[in-house]
Ligand binder design. Sequence first.
Ligand SMILES: CC(=O)N[C@H]1[C@@H](OP(=O)(O)OP(=O)(O)OC[C@H]2O[C@@H](n3ccc(=O)[nH]c3=O)[C@H](O)[C@@H]2O)O[C@H](CO)[C@@H](O)[C@@H]1O
Ligand SMILES: C=C(OP(=O)(O)O)C(=O)O
Length: 417
Amino acid sequence: MSKYIITGGNKLEGKLSIRGAKNAILPIMAASILNDDVSIIHNVPRISDVDVMIKILESVGCKVNYESDTLIIDSSTIDSNEIEEHYVRKMRSSIIILGAMIGRLDYTKISHPGGCAIGSRPIDLHLKALKDLGIDIQEENGFIRCFKKELIGNSINFEFPSVGATENTMLAAVKAKGITKIYNAAREPEIEDLQDFLNAMGAKVKGAGTNYIEIEGVDKLHKAEHTVIPDRIAIGSYMIASAITGGRLEVDRVIVSHMEPINDKLKMAGCEIEYINNGLKLIAPKQIKAIDLVRTSPHPGFPTDMQAQLMALMSLSNGTSIFYETIFENRFMHCAELTRMGANIKYITENICMVKGVKKLNNATVTSPDLRGGASLILAALATQGETEVSDIYHVERGYEDIENILKNLGANIVKM
Ligand SMILES: CC(=O)N[C@H]1[C@@H](OP(=O)(O)OP(=O)(O)OC[C@H]2O[C@@H](n3ccc(=O)[nH]c3=O)[C@H](O)[C@@H]2O)O[C@H](CO)[C@@H](O)[C@@H]1O
Ligand SMILES: C=C(OP(=O)(O)O)C(=O)O
């Protein structure tokens, strides 16, 4: 299995352009099933999750062409209604295909995605919403079978603003009869991007980005072209790479409002952040300041997908920070690995921990526990003086395009082996 060897100590400085968001492109690729036509999608990141989603689309009969950063998906050739189990096991978020498949076809079967490293991740909210839209769902032996006679718009009230459940409901409702109202919808920017793509196909969706989304069903969708929004989590991660090494960074193609929950925390840590023409500049603080409380919450709160990376930064702060992970019950697996590098992290409860800043981190041999946990170890390694080995980087490659070369171009000493 591949690993990164990182020799820390260099300041990360320079300019950066980041392609589309993983969490936007995956539901958009799923949505391409709905139009029975061609979808042209630009600014697509080269990450392994996109490769898995391409395989899923091809396995149900779509024709996919991926050149440079443009994906062309032709869903007019769909000839299967079952998603192979091993894809669902490879990528839990493949469950997002469900709403699109049942929006398009009368029957679909998918295996239950189960949990993953960061939590049990049930899909009860997805399935309840699909049932409310008139889908008959039978769960048996780890598989979910969905039968459609007619999709009928309904009012869906989520008890928690789940990102995936909001997206699956939007996908299924686009061609339902009548109006679907989603209350307590997730407000993440990636949901707005999905709305924009659906509307480019002729759907009638409004409200994404707020907690109320309304979808008026249409009979037919058509060919569409779309450019994916930049990846706010990848951008935030590279900002921390620069901040933790005392560097300066310029990022172009940034949607400032998407970055605010992350930038608020980076400013509290002492970073100077300035917005310039569709981009931003970061200057690292001389001394990283402790942030009293980092509490993850749904957008526009601080994203759980940045918690591990911010923890690497706080490991080197001038005081004590409390991290409270409210979204996933098992998203502190990077703590033990950061501790191997000399971080001072103590659990208070299973989802609250206390990070006391130390003067320096040590090089060590560490293992990526999951996607963002792996990113946090890379960030910590950049700030040490010696050689750190980060293994199991397949997790990281799910969501970071070409991280090795991007970090190298900013001055890092990193080699993939
Ligand atoms: C591909 C993608 O976009 N992934 C993102 C998406 O994941 P995902 O869509 O899986 O995250 P959700 O917002 O659904 O999950 C948030 C919480 O709700 C719970 N839940 C969710 C659905 C459900 O039916 N029942 C239930 O209890 C989950 O277990 C979790 O505790 O949003 C997360 C929260 O911002 C991010 O960390 C992920 O990067
Ligand atoms: C948890 C994440 O992704 P996924 O939902 O695809 O597992 C993430 O991007 O940090």
